[in-house]
Design a protein around this ligand. Structure first.
Ligand code: GLV
Ligand code: MN
Ligand code: MN
Length: 409
């Protein structure tokens, strides 16, 4: 069996080039629907067209590059992909690696004269990060039929913008109905974004499960009053309550016998003044666990705690659900192919769970899916220090190449 390799310099060069798009004052931010997103999409589309792929864009702005030829055009394709939107002050690998490597795999197969039995396509899904518009993994969720395209397009961003308007403005509101492409299988290559592979000295992760995600926005209302004159026992302090929620979530997660992570990543006070007791605290809660039952228990515990705080301090509480996804088990046959491919190339590997959310979690609803992970230095991601060694990036893409060949032979 020949063990071909992808074009190392082309793939690494593209990752670096896309990583400069949307960089201002040294910080890379390419939020969904922004001008930077448009520039990144334009660059990707130029690469897809340059590779001779058929480029199609659906109504939620998902971009597909499809390698299809007669007589296989009617077969269900093998789909690769990820996303090219980023968080605020991001690294260059999260998502972009999977899209660029997917394209690279298709170009390599074409170059090598491989004759697939079905089309092979690469997708860049809209708004995976969910930083500007909730929920996250939006484009792939719409593709999988889990959210209507109308509801997704009507999503109002953290800056008051509407996603549909922004996609039209940047020229990426396509006219194809989402879900038009029903894959035979989906494989997503991604950096691990956590410490496991590096800590264990392993090269490849065969991702078999992905933990559940719960996103909520909590708004606590109290009474603004003078910070100097109001006795501690007479306050309705929304800020104090928010801080108690933060500590409560951390203590519960730390004490859990099943893995649970809890994060309050956004918090705002009103009136936000040094000498005024906050009349309002609004914050996000990101709860995750591979165990659905435990995730429900954590949500219920938070709700009970909020009720108790409200009663104790005379506060108002409202909770808005922003996203809720159950844990996912990936396709065992594809996971096994990933392990076998690693073995054939002499790369150490292990099965693992993904801590991050990914488009694969959504596409798994409609097609057998799995993910390949490569190590992240110091387990850092959603941070400009995000880094994966070039050899690991190439190794992961080569495994993707092998798995795609197996799935489309
Ligand atoms: C997406 O990156 C997520 O896991 O929040
Ligand atoms: Mn990602
Ligand atoms: Mn991310």
């Amino acid at each position: 069996m020949s063990l071909a390799s992808i074009d190392r310099e082309r793939m690494l060069g593209r990752i670096r080039e896309l990583g400069e798009v949307g960089r201002e004052d040294g910080r890379l931010t390419r939020l969904a629907g922004s001008d930077a997103d448009r520039a990144g999409r334009d660059l990707l589309v130029s690469w897809l067209e340059g590779a001779g792929l058929e480029v199609r864009i659906d109504r939620i702005g998902n971009i597909f590059g499809i390698w299809t030829e007669e007589p296989i055009a009617d077969e269900a394709p093998v789909l690769l992909g990820s996303h090219i939107d980023t968080v605020i002050n991001a690294g260059i690998y999260d998502g972009c690696y999977g899209v660029i490597a997917g394209l690279e795999v298709i170009e390599t197969l074409k170059r090598n004269g491989f004759a697939p039995s079905r089309p092979i396509a690469v997708a860049a899904f809209t708004n995976e990060e969910g930083v500007r518009y909730a929920p996250d993994m939006m484009g792939s969720l719409v593709h999988a039929g889990g959210l209507s395209v109308e509801a997704a397009l009507a999503s109002v961003g953290t800056d008051g913008s509407v996603l549909g308007d922004e996609l039209s403005r940047i020229g990426y509101a396509g006219d194809i109905e989402p879900g038009f492409l029903r894959p035979k299988a989906y494989v997503e290559l991604h950096i691990e974004q956590g410490p496991v592979l590096e800590r264990e000295g392993l090269r490849i992760g065969a991702v078999e499960t992905l933990q559940g995600i719960s996103w909520q926005r909590v708004t606590i209302s109290g009474v603004a009053n003078h910070a100097g004159t109001t006795p501690m026992s007479m306050r309705s302090d929304a800020g104090q309550a928010a801080a108690e929620v933060m500590v409560f979530l951390r203590q519960r997660a730390m004490a859990s016998d099943i893995p649970v992570v809890a994060t309050i990543g956004c918090m705002a006070f009103e009136p936000n003044a040094i000498n005024v007791i906050p009349s309002l605290a609004s914050f996000t809660v990101d709860l995750r666990s591979p165990d659905e039952q435990r995730l429900r228990e954590e949500e219920a515990a938070l709700s009970t705690f909020l009720d108790a705080l409200a009663l104790r301090d005379g506060l108002g509480v409202s909770v808005e659900r922003l996203a809720r996804f159950q844990p996912v088990t990936f396709d065992p046959a594809i996971v096994a192919l990933i392990e076998q491919a690693a073995g054939r190339r002499g790369l150490s590997s292990r099965r693992m769970t993904s801590g991050a959310g990914h488009d694969a979690q959504m596409i798994a609803r409609i097609a057998p899916s799995a993910m390949i992970f490569v190590p992240s230095r110091d387990g850092i991601s959603h941070n400009p220090r995000e880094h994966t060694d070039a050899d690991d990036l190439v190794a992961g893409a080569d495994i993707l190449l092998d798995v795609v060949r197996d799935l489309s032979a």
